[in-house]
Design a protein around this ligand. Structure first.
Ligand SMILES: Cc1cc2nc3c(=O)[nH]c(=O)nc-3n(C[C@H](O)[C@H](O)[C@H](O)COP(=O)(O)OP(=O)(O)OC[C@H]3O[C@@H](n4cnc5c(N)ncnc54)[C@H](O)[C@@H]3O)c2cc1C
Length: 418
């Protein structure tokens, strides 16, 4: 059977289908007892699996990309990757507000798990959704837009409502971005100045590990204004900031990274990774990510620093980001400005699994939420405590999917246990 992107998870569905038309996908959904849509398979959790059922790989179903310049929206195929979509949008002079760290993931798959980038004013990618078109349990096609209260449940929908065929996203005029990387700030300087550092650019990512004295990097993405002749205004690039030193090279140390130090279109700078190269550490990894309230960031990091000697032997590195609050029920940033702590683990599945619960225990005073597409110790009790609208979410799922056709063991963990 087929595997996820990093190869560790083997899907336990009986078959994978590759519909190329909406009609084919409708027929497959109508005939199936259990079915789940698949995007580009970058999730580390079992959220996309369908044990004993079928999987619909939606990446080959091309419904076309259309931009409405009046409404400032773009309607895109659900299974299309961000890399395909951003190039098409850039050629039309429009932009998405933000991207996750990689453009290789599908629109519907990324938004289904609350994927986010960074930036104090930037929300999860699902917050750009204006309308979804989906195939529901009986095979019929349905549109759900902002006028429906259901969109707040479905925008971060974990594939629980049906198979999404098209997504309409909010767009804005295209803009340029300049990326700068600063290396080696002392941990304690970062913790003492965390708010100022995270607010120092449109999008800020902090990399490092827990037990060292210094951080690896501040990765700043500056959104550039333009002058009266339309040229981007490039900000001053101080040689140091908060004890970190500017890495003044046009190419990042990781060859998979997007260009540094030179202004360029949002479509080639907002993601960290270039679309033509395998991202991150090329799949030699597992990932987890946890979210706390922005105000608790420094205390949560201190709690993890106390576990640094246990965590770091199994860690390639962490990534720290901010996400603006939203009103999407299963969003990691629902109702609170959020600080995200992402772990890129070495491929040590047993050791990593053994650390998930201790990490969640350490972060539990901060009302921590897990990333649903990554590895965590999810349990109903904890999730019900952390996601205020979880039961409302499940009520909408039951309305769309009364026979649990789109459910799986992962989604079952969200429900009250007998
Ligand atoms: C290297 C790497 C970097 C990452 N960086 C980030 C990051 O910066 N920020 C972040 O938040 N996350 C990040 N992630 C996690 C990733 O964004 C999520 O796991 C995302 O869900 C992957 O999208 P996908 O297309 O692979 O979805 P899949 O893993 O294929 O599916 C995920 C979920 O979406 C559902 N789904 C997929 N397509 C459809 C559809 N057409 N209709 C209905 N449901 C559907 C599936 O059923 C499943 O529930 C990263 C992952 C990797 C591997």
């Amino acid at each position: 059977m087929e595997r996820n992107w990093c190869g560790v998870l083997r899907y336990s569905a009986a078959e994978v289908h590759y519909p190329t038309t909406v009609g084919q996908a409708q027929g497959l959904v109508a005939a199936a007892d259990r079915v789940k849509a698949l995007g580009t398979r970058h999730s580390f959790s079992t959220v996309a699996d369908s044990p004993g059922g079928i999987l619909l790989d939606m990446t080959g179903l091309d419904t076309g990309i259309t931009v409405d310049h009046q409404a400032m929206t773009a309607t895109v195929p659900a299974g299309s990757t961000y890399s395909v979509v951003v190039d098409a949008l850039e050629s039309e002079g429009v932009a998405l507000r933000n991207l996750g760290s990689l453009p290789h993931i599908s629109i519907a798959g990324a938004t289904a798990t609350g994927t986010h980038g960074s930036g104090d004013t930037n929300k999860v990618l699902s917050a750009a959704i204006i309308e979804l078109e989906l195939i529901t349990a009986d095979g019929s096609l349905r549109q759900v837009g902002q006028s429906s209260g259901d969109l707040a449940a479905m925008a971060v929908g974990l594939g629980a409502f049906g198979v999404i065929t098209q997504v309409t996203l909010e767009v804005e005029p295209s803009f340029d971005v300049l990326q700068d990387v600063y290396l080696g700030a002392p941990w304690e300087v970062f913790l003492d100045n965390l708010d100022e550092i995270m607010a120092s650019a449109y999008s800020v990512n902090v990399g490092g590990n827990f037990s060292s004295d210094n951080l690896r990097s501040f990765w700043l993405k500056h959104r550039l204004d333009v002058d009266h002749s339309g040229d981007p205004i490039v900000p001053e690039r101080p040689p140091t900031m908060f004890g970190a030193t500017l890495y003044d090279e046009p190419v990042a140390r990781n060859p998979a990274a997007t260009p540094l130090g030179v202004p360029g279109p949002w479509s080639q700078r907002l993601a960290h990774f270039r679309p033509d190269v395998e991202p991150s550490v090329a799949g030699d990894e597992l990932q987890s990510e946890w979210f706390v309230a922005r105000a608790d960031a420094a205390d949560a990091l201190r709690a993890l620093r106390d576990m640094g000697e246990d965590i770091d032997p199994h860690l390639h590195g962490f990534e720290l980001r901010t996400v603006a609050a939203d009103a999407l029920w299963l969003s990691p940033a629902y109702g609170r400005d959020t600080f995200s702590i992402g772990f890129t683990w070495k491929k040590h599945p047993d050791e990593v699994r053994a650390l998930l619960q201790p990490i969640e225990n350490a972060l539990s005073p901060f009302h921590v939420r897990p990333h649903m597409g990554k590895l965590s110790a999810v349990s109903r009790g904890v999730l019900a405590d952390r996601f205020d609208r979880l039961d409302d979410f499940l009520a909408v799922v039951d309305r769309y999917d009364p026979t649990s056709k789109f459910s799986n063991p992962y989604l079952q963990t969200l429900r009250p246990q007998d």
